[in-house]
Design a protein around this ligand. Structure first.
Ligand SMILES: Cc1ncc(COP(=O)(O)O)c(C=O)c1O
Length: 316
């Protein structure tokens, strides 16, 4: 098996979400080797930085993550011969921490009060104080090699749709850094002039939704880790987002659990958010083709199956 056999994931139709003659399709990114979509992100970032001569095996790669990105970077870093350090807010699931460490990477937990912005600040300061020692801060939030990784996935989706003779009407996807959404949307918009793209933010931390609706943005804690970091990342390209909707964290968890039971695809909570918005659209239209994505596997969250993050319940 090639450890870096990443991408070319299955594209499936979701039988249990069909409504009003609408069809919903999803790209199964949770089937990548480390169990999440972030394998694509980091394979592209690391490979492109190698190609441009900015990094080479033996160096230490640093980034911030609530866990999926960290596991993906740890996996790829080990396969390619790098050390990996992940700055991660306190309170993330034990499964993901164990996974990252078992791939040989080091975790530096950062204060929960600062959530991801604190992890980024600490990673930057670590990098700044270790300038000459072969340390590279990859910065998935600001590095546009993140978004570029998703152009490849966009092309795979186009090929799959063509194979099925389906023209998509909607692309629906949650936004964390926005790399996944923007990289795919760019390709789909180029190929399908009439497609409508719908981005999703968690209601407790929705900077783009606030901006578009003239609301004051306030980051509040939530239980959809990977979304709602509290900042708009450079990888979120507003021009590619036709509409932005918000979801509730507990409702997304509940929808994920029902989906796992009904469809037998073990996907995680932010996939529940994608399903909820696909259903909102399916309830409002008929005979449309809706494309979404499943980011990651539910096993990474089994120790928090109630969806509670007590560390974050009082932190605003
Ligand atoms: C669980 C989960 N879902 C969705 C996302 C969103 O992906 P992106 O950062 O590409 O917007 C992330 C990002 O970290 C994530 O961890």
């Amino acid at each position: 098996m090639n450890l870096l056999d990443i991408g070319n994931t299955p594209f499936v139709e979701l039988a249990t979400i069909s409504l009003n003659g609408n069809r919903v399709f999803s790209k199964c990114e949770f089937l990548n080797p480390s169990g999440s979509h972030k394998d694509r992100t980091y394979l592209n970032i690391v490979s492109e930085l190698e190609r441009s001569g900015e990094i080479e095996p033996g160096m230490i790669l640093v980034d911030c993550s609530t866990g999926n990105g960290g596991a993906a970077l740890a996996w790829i870093g080990r396969a390619k011969g790098y050390g990996v350090k992940i700055f991660m807010p306190e309170g993330m699931t034990e499964e993901r921490k164990t996974q990252i460490r078992s791939f040989g990477a080091q975790i530096i937990e950062t204060p929960k009060e600062e959530f991801l912005s604190g992890a980024v600040a600490r990673a930057k300061s670590y990098r700044a104080t270790n300038l000459s020692s072969g340390i590279y801060f990859l910065d998935q939030s600001e590095n546009i090699l993140n978004r570029e990784a998703w152009n490849i996935c966009g092309k795979e989706i186009v090929a799959a749709l063509k194979g099925l003779d389906v023209v998509p009407d909607f692309f629906v996807c949650s936004i964390g850094t926005g790399g996944t959404f923007s990289g795919i949307a760019e390709i789909l918009k180029r190929e399908y002039k009439n497609i409508k793209t719908v981005g999703i933010e968690v209601d407790s931390s929705a900077p783009l939704y606030a901006k578009r609706n003239d609301l004051v943005f306030k980051h509040c804690s939530h239980n959809l880790m990977g979304l709602g970091a509290g900042v708009l990342s450079a990888n979120t390209v507003s021009a590619l987002i036709d509409e932005i909707r918000v979801v509730d964290g507990p409702a997304s968890w509940a929808r994920m659990k029902r989906f796992i039971a009904e469809e037998r695809l073990a996907v995680g909570p932010t996939c529940g958010a994608n399903i909820l918005i696909c259903e909102e659209i399916a309830a409002a239209f008929s005979n449309k083709n809706i494309v979404t994505l499943f980011f990651y596997s539910s096993w990474k969250y089994k120790s928090r199956w109630d969806g509670n993050y007590p560390e974050y319940s009082e932190v605003q």
